[in-house]
Design a binder for this molecule. Structure first.
Ligand code: DAT
Ligand code: MG
Length: 136
């Protein structure tokens, strides 16, 4: 199958909890290939651009505060249907509803601290990869 790319973030809660290795291990075990990786702390401007679709929602300010609150690991992963494949590994947005066996289902309890981000469509993947890794 043709390779596809997705932006994956291990969010500040995941980095702070020492779950970088766990997340990378799971996506590598699945067969996704690492294309880029960088530990960085987001500015509010980058965070607001990344989460532009959620502007105006009641949780937006808290989301930006959380995602800029410490270093995160930004990754680009590649593989057949990488976008859908990583979303399946991540599990549902609400970790209580996320199935056991998924990253969120196994490792998180609160929607605001759900460890990972994964692009949700080819259009968002292209936009998010360009935002985080303009040289790719
Ligand atoms: P996902 O991260 O599964 O793509 P999303 O794009 O709907 O989910 O939302 C982005 C992030 O915003 C999500 O990972 C956690 C936060 N979030 C979403 N809905 C929320 C809510 N109702 N209350 C608090 N935070 C929320
Ligand atoms: Mg999303």
């Amino acid at each position: 199958a043709t390779a596809e790319r997705s932006l994956v973030l291990v969010k500040p809660d995941g980095v702070a909890r020492g779950l970088v290795g766990e997340v990378v291990s799971r996506l590598e075990a699945k067969g996704l290939r690492l294309v880029a990786a960088e530990l960085r702390t987001l500015t509010a401007e980058v965070a607001e651009t990344h989460y532009a679709e959620h502007q105006g929602k009641p949780f937006f300010a808290g989301l930006v505060e959380f995602i800029t609150g410490g270093p995160l690991l930004a990754l680009v992963v590649e593989g057949p249907r990488a976008i859908e494949a990583f979303r399946a590994l991540a599990g549902a947005t609400d970790p209580v509803k996320a199935a056991p066996g998924t990253i969120r289902g196994d490792l998180a309890l609160e929607v605001g601290e759900n460890i990972v981000h994964g692009s949700d469509s080819p259009e968002s993947a292209a936009r998010e990869i360009a935002l985080f890794f303009p040289n790719l």
